[in-house]
Design a protein around this ligand. Structure first.
Ligand SMILES: Cc1ncc(COP(=O)(O)O)c(C=O)c1O
Ligand SMILES: N[C@@H](CCCC[NH3+])C(=O)O
Length: 391
């Protein structure tokens, strides 16, 4: 994954920092185009996964749209060059100001999550003398079989409109003159690795479509959200998810009406594997039953292990000594600031560099200033001046 010349350059950079492999990103995007876009599917990049302009530039070049969950994400997408008619805006808690940003830009779709939100959107749209295009986010009660914190499609989750509300919904919709229903939207969760969940989703979407058709609504689009997972355990062996089988599943099981568009909102599956967090060993500390490798990156730079017990693969970049067992921990004053426990790694010493892999999605963007930590820098493989290697 890392060239010797890149590692030489890393030695001269202040750690920790994020590093993005732009070749891998290009190759991943090519796969999405080959297996998804070529079937006529519309792809939106979920900007929440990574909002760096260099990353967004690649999505724009690929012809992808954007999926946003806040007003600032809409503004950033527009700043990055996306056209408002490529922007979908989801979220259970859109503020009036954020809705107004979407209205001012005439975005592709407000993905509305409740009846009350529809009423507020209708009021704001009519005050602005606009008609808002709406996709209703529906709750399909399908398990994504993922961590409970990133499961979004079950009835117990806060997301989407529950089918129990459909009769009220069908009464309300005709009264909302400033709203045009253009689609239905779903998102069952993130880091989904069992495609069976998507097959179940297709079944539910087909049922919901029939209900809407029965009420006289011809939906211009269906948005199936994102969620496709990546291989955190073995990023070298599976540098890209299997987009072919992902898109083929929808091809096989989703009923698409004539002229209907199908949209996806992919985040992690596109950018997850191309990013690494590069960090330096500060201290080796002998614990009662373990060796602690204390590194200079912490949960402030990558919160996923602390928040979701996520295990990211770690590569030691500057040692090929015999492996020993470590707990790899950060400097933050929280015991959850632990990247890996009981992991076998080549023996390291103060100053050795390591890469925490698969950190391109929900890594840098979830950084925090806890302990007054500073935001770290990002470097991109195609901009990095690689040092000559003298061996
Ligand atoms: C509505 C919506 N769409 C798309 C995504 C992107 O998900 P992922 O990065 O798992 O593809 C998310 C995040 O889970 C989301 O909430
Ligand atoms: N932040 C989560 C994903 C949540 C996706 C947004 N709904 C993660 O790091 O895995």
């Amino acid at each position: 994954m890392f060239k010797k010349s890149q590692i030489e350059t890393f030695k001269s950079l202040k750690t920790p920092f994020y590093f993005y492999d732009m070749d891998l990103l290009d190759k991943t995007i090519e796969q999405v185009k080959l297996h998804g876009q070529s079937k006529g599917y519309h792809i939106h990049f979920a900007i929440k996964a990574n909002y760096n302009f260099r990353i967004l530039e690649k999505m724009l070049e690929a012809g992808f749209g954007i999926d946003c969950v806040s007003g600032p994400e809409i503004e950033r997408s527009i700043e990055a060059g996306f056209s408002p008619d490529q922007i979908a805006f989801a979220g259970v808690g859109k503020t009036d100001e954020e809705i107004q940003i979407g209205l001012d830009h005439d975005i592709f779709s407000f993905n509305c999550e409740s009846l009350q939100e529809l009423e507020v959107l209708n009021d704001l749209a009519s005050q602005s003398e606009k008609v808002a295009k709406v996709a209703l986010r529906l709750n399909p009660n399908v398990s994504a079989k993922t961590h409970k914190y990133i499961t979004t499609g079950l009835h117990e989750n806060k997301f989407g409109i529950h089918p129990d509300r459909f009769s009220d919904l069908f009464e309300l919709l005709p009264k909302l003159a400033a709203i045009k229903l253009t689609g239905i939207h779903f998102h069952i969760g993130s880091q989904v690795t069992d495609l069976e969940s998507y097959r179940q989703l297709c079944e539910r979407v087909n049922e919901f479509q029939n209900i809407f058709e029965g009420k006289g609504y011809n939906l211009q689009h269906i948005n199936l959200g994102g969620g496709l997972g990546i291989n955190y355990k073995k990023p070298e062996e599976e540098a890209m998810p299997n987009f072919k089988s992902f898109f083929e599943l929808f091809d096989n099981y989703l009923d698409v009406k004539p002229d209907q568009e199908v949209h996806f909102e992919l985040g992690r599956s596109i950018v997850g594997q191309c990013g690494s967090l590069i960090s330096k060993v500060l201290f080796i500390k002998e614990g009662v039953s373990t060796h602690f490798a204390v590194i200079d990156a912490g949960m402030t730079e990558l919160i996923r292990p602390a928040l979701y017990q996520a295990e990211h693969s770690i590569n030691i970049l500057t040692s090929d000594k015999e492996p020993i067992t470590y707990d790899v921990v950060g400097p933050i004053c929280e015991s959850s600031d632990t990247f890996r426990r009981g992991i076998s790694l080549p023996e390291v010493q103060r100053g050795d560099l390591l890469a925490i892999r698969s950190a391109g999605a929900y890594g840098e963007v979830m950084s925090s200033g806890f302990n007054l930590r500073k935001q770290v820098k990002a470097y991109y493989s195609d901009e990095l001046v690689e040092k000559a290697v003298t061996d």
